[in-house]
Design a protein around this ligand. Structure first.
Ligand code: PLP
Length: 405
């Protein structure tokens, strides 16, 4: 049984070309880039080239990039820098649908006495710009928002948010971990102060990330130590991984047309096929969305059971974020969008990449109906090919849910 890997928002396969450029740095090219001798000099040159390649993908200056260990560290560095450089301000704005890297910081900030506002989204997962604008006040130190949602792929209006924040004099950070490499980004034309990314989402290895810090923005390092990264992140550079990320960025830039062409077409065909299964719906705005992601709800079945059966058939998918799976709570993203409980519980995320093929889509489309049918045959809320409930979709919040009661 060959694996069909549709979980590329969780992590991606390291590209063989990325691995190849990394290998010399585990062998002969072991110098410390800060050393004065030739062994250090050679490595420093490779580091400079990698920084240039990543800057080209982002449309920024190479010196605006600070390497980190992952997306989570980049998010933390951005939040804590914004707060430490503006100690008089005690208000942070974010959204209800962020990744745990932001949500858990927001919870911690509240405990420290900060005021945190979480802006809501509509039924399609779209940000309410008016709510965001109304939330900004003189005490606001930071607005931090996802560029693209990891569970639904829905894209926030980052250009408008950036313009609004700049006009109101507020620092704006975006968690672009899912956006980088999947959609075109040109930081020179946007009013973004900081941007987080992670290598393992774009075919580089796990353990490397970066934070874009706009020229001129006051920055307080999260990792205090040596002079590396222009004093913005102490610690000897993770050279092999930085070089790998540079190659991955170069490949991502070359493959952007394929991402928005072949990958999007495969995702759309998969989605259309799945929607033929009764009582199935796509969650999130299907227009302003990453080209590789779909979030589908199969009502009256449990998402975790679907994943188990899919995995048994060779298909890797996930229920929302890899960081929250394992909990049987429905996704906070789908709940914030007002997706009914019965549908939120049966939701799964499928995320494709250039490594996927049309043949895999065909095979998945043959596997899904069987899995869903098998599970629905066991569901007390499904009978004779249709929902066995009088009122169809139920929302637990009204207290009358036939499933919970
Ligand atoms: C939107 C988003 N932000 C942050 C992260 C964390 O990235 P990392 O795993 O590199 O820490 C992820 C990972 O899933 C993500 O999807």
């Amino acid at each position: 049984m060959e694996t069909i890997y549709f979980d590329n928002n969780a992590t991606t396969q390291v590209d063989p070309e990325v691995l190849e450029v990394m290998l010399p740095f585990f062998k002969g090219e072991y110098g410390n880039p800060s050393s004065m001798h030739h062994k250090g000099g050679e490595v420093a040159a490779s580091l400079r080239q990698a920084r240039l390649d990543l800057a080209e993908l982002l449309g920024c200056d190479p010196h605006e990039i600070v390497y980190t260990s992952c997306g989570t560290e980049s998010d933390n560095a951005a939040i804590w820098s914004a707060l430490r450089t503006q100690p008089d301000k005690r208000h942070v704005i974010t959204s209800k649908v962020e990744h745990s890297a932001i949500i858990n910081n927001a919870t911690f900030l509240r405990r420290l006495g900060y005021r945190v506002t979480e802006v809501g989204v509509d039924r399609l997962g779209r940000l309410d710009l008016n709510e965001l604008s109304a939330a900004i006040d003189d005490d606001t130190a930071l607005v931090t928002l996802l560029w693209a949602n990891n569970e639904t792929g829905v894209i926030f209006p980052i250009e408008e948010v950036g313009a609004l924040c700049r006009e109101r004099g507020v620092v704006f950070h975006t968690d672009a971990v899912q956006a980088v490499g999947k959609i075109p980004i040109n930081l020179k034309s946007l009013k973004i102060d900081m941007l987080a990314l992670s290598g393992h989402k774009l075919h580089a290895p796990k353990g490397i990330g970066a934070l874009y810090v706009r020229h001129g923005l006051k920055f307080a390092p999260f990792m205090i130590g040596g002079h590396q990264e222009n004093g913005r992140r102490g610690g000897t550079e993770n050279v092999p991984y930085i070089v790998g990320l540079g190659k991955a960025a170069k490949l991502a830039l070359e493959r952007l047309p394929e991402e928005n062409g072949r990958v999007k077409a495969m995702r759309d065909r998969l989605e259309e096929g799945l929607l033929k299964i009764p009582s199935t719906m796509v969650n999130g705005d299907r227009e302003f969305r990453l080209p590789n992601t779909t979030n589908v709800s199969f009502e009256f079945v449990e998402g975790e059971s679907i994943l188990f059966h899919l995995s048994h058939a060779g298909v890797c998918a996930s229920s929302g974020s890899a960081c929250t799976s394992g909990s049987l709570e429905p996704s906070h993203v789908l709940r914030a969008m007002g997706v009914p409980f019965t549908a939120a519980h049966g939701s799964i995320r499928l995320s494709l990449a250039t490594t996927n093929t049309e043949g895999e889509v065909d095979r998945a489309l043959a596997i899904f109906p069987e899995v869903i049918q098998k599970l629905r045959a066991l569901s007390p809320f499904w009978k004779d090919g249709a929902p066995a409930l009088d009122n169809g979709l139920l929302n637990c919040d009204d207290g009358n849910c036939q499933i919970c009661n």
